[in-house]
Design a protein around this ligand. Structure first.
Ligand SMILES: O=C(O)[C@H](CS(=O)(=O)O)OP(=O)(O)O
Length: 225
């Protein structure tokens, strides 16, 4: 059975395989970082924790935002376009964002966690299917857990549709999201970021988040076949 929920409460209550969805921009940024060679991304709650991990050498660079903006001391913001031409070969990165990474950290009832967005949609569907039958919860994180983000909701519906074997028209999907889901109040969301975030299936892996020594570690999981 596939269930769709929204916001932090849905992440808190989710069980089974959980896909935490954040299209603009956390999990598109994470996908681009992994595609550009990063080996792991440690997802953390706090800015101070991120900076401390980097200082301890447990990660090489910090990515993220608060109020959409790169925090002081961070190497990059939460922007896929900003890192599109950067290489992170073999690096462990550290990411913290207002909604996406927060949702991952809240999904304590999950048996498996994926960080979902359009760029990894098909790989995420195939990874879930490869893991075998079981309950799946799709969590559209939205904006600050109060207002629905159309792109996250649409991505959840799209993933549910693909999990059911249907094939929504990708061109129609891109047009719908591009014309419907632009957040006018988000000044930090550039046209370049939007373009990156709408590249359906542009990476060949799902983002699997596993807990290692209490830390949430995202890696690229390439589904079989
Ligand atoms: O950086 C983002 O796009 C958002 C923060 S805001 O909604 O732009 O203020 O963070 P995310 O966790 O990626 O939703």
């Amino acid at each position: 059975m596939v269930t769709i929920g929204s916001f932090a409460d849905a992440a808190r209550g989710a069980s089974g395989t959980v896909v935490v969805i954040d299209v603009f921009r956390a999990f598109t940024t994470a996908a681009v970082a992994l595609a550009n060679g990063a080996r792991r991304i440690v997802m953390v709650a706090d800015l101070d924790e991120a900076l401390a991990l980097r200082a301890q050498g447990l990660g090489s660079r910090c990515l993220g935002e608060r109020h959409g903006i790169r925090p002081d001391g961070f190497d990059f913001g939460n922007s896929p376009a900003e890192i599109a031409d950067k290489r992170f070969d073999g690096e462990t990165l550290i990411q913290t964002t207002s909604n996406g990474t927060r949702g991952v950290l809240l999904a304590k009832g999950a048996q498996r966690i994926y960080a979902g967005s359009f760029v990894s949609a098909e790989a995420t569907v195939r990874a879930i299917q490869a893991a075998g039958p079981g309950p799946v919860t799709l969590v559209a994180m939205g904006e600050t857990s109060e207002s629905r983000a159309d792109e996250d909701e649409i991505c959840a519906l799209y993933l549910r549709s693909r999990l059911a074997g249907r094939r929504p028209d990708p061109t129609a999907l891109a047009t719908l999201v591009a014309t419907m889901a632009l957040r006018a109040d988000t000044v930090t969301l550039s046209a370049e970021d939007i373009d990156c975030c709408l590249r359906l299936d542009s990476v060949p892996f799902a983002i699997r988040v596993a807990i290692e020594d209490g830390r949430y570690i995202a890696t690229a999981e390439r589904p079989p076949g």
